[in-house]
Write a protein that binds this ligand. Structure first.
Ligand code: PRP
Length: 183
């Protein structure tokens, strides 16, 4: 257990297990995309750590993708999300006939990735695949399934490896659960 900024963290997935699993994922992605022109789309902000590990392993497999990022935002009034999403930041390059890989840190309700996949499907890519580091299947509100999943986890609030609590703790090199707050 570790205490940072008065909060207690328990490791859920350690750095060694992350590195091992990410390597396996890249091996599979490399096999599936062999010989294709690859375009990677990261969903900000949470995906950036996972994506940077993926990218550097792509290099090892002689994969040299194009890369861009999007920001998806939910809209509606009040504190409770309406579940409706909009593209706040879009890619600026054409993805027609490309092998597109959308990357996110976590698949939760499934709304973000379902929205992003449908949005980019309309731009006529040759293939569109989705890749998430974590999957919380218990939280799903739709039928969405990602093509590549790092780890399935229970419905617990997690931080680290890009994921935040109040925009903090994204820098933790492992995935942790917040136990409680110290007085
Ligand atoms: C998180 C995460 C995914 C999304 C998944 O983003 O990074 O993009 O939620 O949730 P869903 O499956 O329920 O749609 P968040 O809105 O926390 O923004 P952030 O990535 O900037 O932290």
């Amino acid at each position: 257990m570790k205490t940072i900024k008065g909060m207690k963290f328990e490791t859920l997935i350690n750095e060694i297990d992350i590195a091992t699993r990410v390597k396996e994922m890249v091996k599979k992605i490399a096999e599936d995309s062999k010989g294709k022109e690859i375009f990677v789309i990261g969903i900000l902000k949470g995906s950036f750590v996972f994506l940077s590990d993926l990218l550097r392993l792509f290099y090892v497999h002689n994969i040299h993708p194009s890369l861009d990022f999007i920001t998806v935002e939910s809209y509606g009034s009040g504190k409770i999300s309406s579940g409706k999403l909009k593209m706040l930041r879009d890619i600026t390059t054409d993805i027609e006939n490309k092998w597109v890989l959308i990357v996110d840190d976590i698949l939760d309700t499934g709304r973000t990735l379902a929205f992003a996949k449908e949005y980019f499907q309309k731009k006529n890519p040759a293939y569109i695949k989705t890749c998430v580091f974590l999957d919380k299947p218990e939280r799903r509100v739709n039928e969405f399934k990602a093509d590549y999943v790092g780890f399935e986890i229970p419905d617990k609030f997690v931080v680290g490896y890009g994921m935040d609590y109040d925009n903090l703790f994204r820098e933790l090199p492992y995935v942790a659960v917040i136990l409680d707050e110290e007085k």
